[in-house]
Design a protein around this ligand. Structure first.
Ligand SMILES: [Zn+2]
Length: 185
């Protein structure tokens, strides 16, 4: 199934995170930065995004469109708090590689939308899939991956336990099926 991604620059969506700022202040402090970082990000990493889209199903075992819609807008924002997947809202960051790693994590959420109920297992699966995708991409993102894993660790604190599955041998779908976690399969 073909997936269509589109990077979106929505002024009004960004403005919702800063209702207290005047238009002028917002444009100067926030919006111009979204545009500048976004354009740099696209220029450097657009070429990787198609490959990432191909690689996610290889490790997840889920085809695009199996769990989610096949048109995914990616809203670039500058806001407090984390990025999230619905609607796909990606924070602009000065570390563009971290942005790419987080985009991949959020795309994994889309690819496996509604598949995993347990929040920690869900985050672990997305992180692990992201890690395997970047192994194939041969981009050095070791520090950025570490940061991604730390975000999950900080969120779950003492309940955190990393997951180790070799996704090159067992896809997420096969793993979930073997654990009896996939219905209708
Ligand atoms: Zn996540």
């Amino acid at each position: 199934m073909e997936l269509c991604l589109k990077i979106k620059y929505s002024w009004i969506y960004n403005k919702q995170f800063y209702l207290d700022l005047s238009i002028e202040e917002f444009n100067n402090k926030i919006w111009n930065r979204v545009l500048a970082i976004g354009k740099r990000f696209e220029k450097l990493y657009n070429k990787y995004i198609d490959r990432i889209v191909e690689l996610i199903p290889k490790y997840s075992g889920f085809d695009w469109g199996e769990c989610c819609e096949t048109f995914i807008p990616i809203y670039l924002v500058k806001k407090p708090g984390p990025s999230f997947s619905d609607p796909l809202t990606l924070k602009v960051r000065s570390d563009l590689k971290l942005m790419l790693v987080i985009l991949t994590h959020e795309l994994c959420h889309k690819n496996m939308e509604g598949v995993i109920d347990d929040p920690l297992l869900r985050e672990n699966v997305m992180n692990l899939t992201t890690k395997f995708v970047f192994k194939d991409l041969k981009l050095n993102v070791e520090n950025q991956l570490e940061k991604l894993f730390q975000f999950t660790e900080q969120r779950f604190k003492k309940h955190y336990k990393p997951l180790s599955i070799d996704l090159s041998k067992t896809s997420v779908k096969q793993f979930l099926t073997s654990k009896g976690l996939l219905e209708n399969d």
